[in-house]
Design a protein around this ligand. Sequence first.
Ligand code: PEP
Ligand code: MG
Length: 412
Amino acid sequence: MSKISSIEGRILYNSRGSKTIEIDVKSEGKFLGRVCAPSGASVGKYEAVSFPNEKPEESLRIIQENSQKFIGLESSDLKGIHDALKSLDNSTNYSKIGGALAFAVTIAAMESASKASGQPLFKTLSSESSFKFPFPIGNILGGGAHAGPGTPDIQEILICAIGSKTIEDAIETNLAVHKELRSVLENEDSSFTNGRGDEGGWAPKLENQKALEISAKACENLGFTLGKEVSLGVDFASSTQWNEEKQKYVYDRSGFENSTGEQIDFAANIIEKYKLIYAEDAVHEEAFEDMAELTAKFPNILITGDDLTVTSKNILTKAIDSKSCNAAILKVNQAGSLYDALEFASVAHQNNIKLITSHRSGESTDSQISHIGIATKSKMLKVGVVGGERIAKLNELLRLSEHDLIRGMAEI
Ligand code: PEP
Ligand code: MG
């Protein structure tokens, strides 16, 4: 048991160079939990607000003025810390204090508790006695809100080494595909600059289908069969294309529009043609029935909600009632506090919804998310393939492979 003795914060920058908040929670004057909050670019309508009036400085002022509310609490008492945050902000989306603050305070407190108890963070977050590694899934080619004009409209083409038996092999395989894709892109287009999007995926001037073809080719060049050693995934992030006025998906860069029916066919064709294991936000964030069509059609593919479910247990319950997805992204900062996110995880588990713990496009170099993915029994950990802030999470998995309590890979 250890009591919080201080809570301090500062303004830092995330990987996109935007201001964010970092929080230090100390227990017993010495056990430091330190967390820097990430932020998204393709943000769901119903996510927690990052900062009040978009100002990290306001979140910082609030925690500095209210640190006494936290001092003396047990650092492991996640509910107590969550309640103290809620006493400062009873809104549903943390608009008064900022979801980034709730994120950083709750995870930093748990990290402090884990240091005080001498246990790794994943063990502090879970009462289970044995754990598995989630499969790393990462962005090899980026477009949409994560890359510039000329890149694909779809946001992310992802790689996942589904045939790997060890975390080491899974990470190495993803890296090999990312690297091979660069060669394939250079061969296809001599003007390719090796530019990358926000999450480290290559950002070539290609339309959607060509980008998918080339990604598949990179896998095949390495001797892999799609669906065996590796599979591709896609985050369509379709709310970016959805035009409410036209009631259509507008693919500006490729120059076409999809009605809602055409969008379902568009996604279904991609899933079938490229043998995807994973399809995220294939329709826009309020199209629960359209997502249900895809979920019924593809029971063995992870039909995943991100903007659709925004790590909200209430919205996930709605998605479950309408059979809209069989998998859901867990992004703690969409929910706000870690307590909120773990409640979301337990609703998911009770209803056989597979979890994918995920980074944000604007990240810090922290790696607590790797522990959160393990503790929440996530099937996948979506943290990118390269880039310092992405590699930090993968390297933490490699460190954790030395731990006896984690054995083998999750069953997808
Ligand atoms: C995503 O959409 O899944 C994602 C990680 O991007 P962002 O953080 O921009 O929402
Ligand atoms: Mg997404």
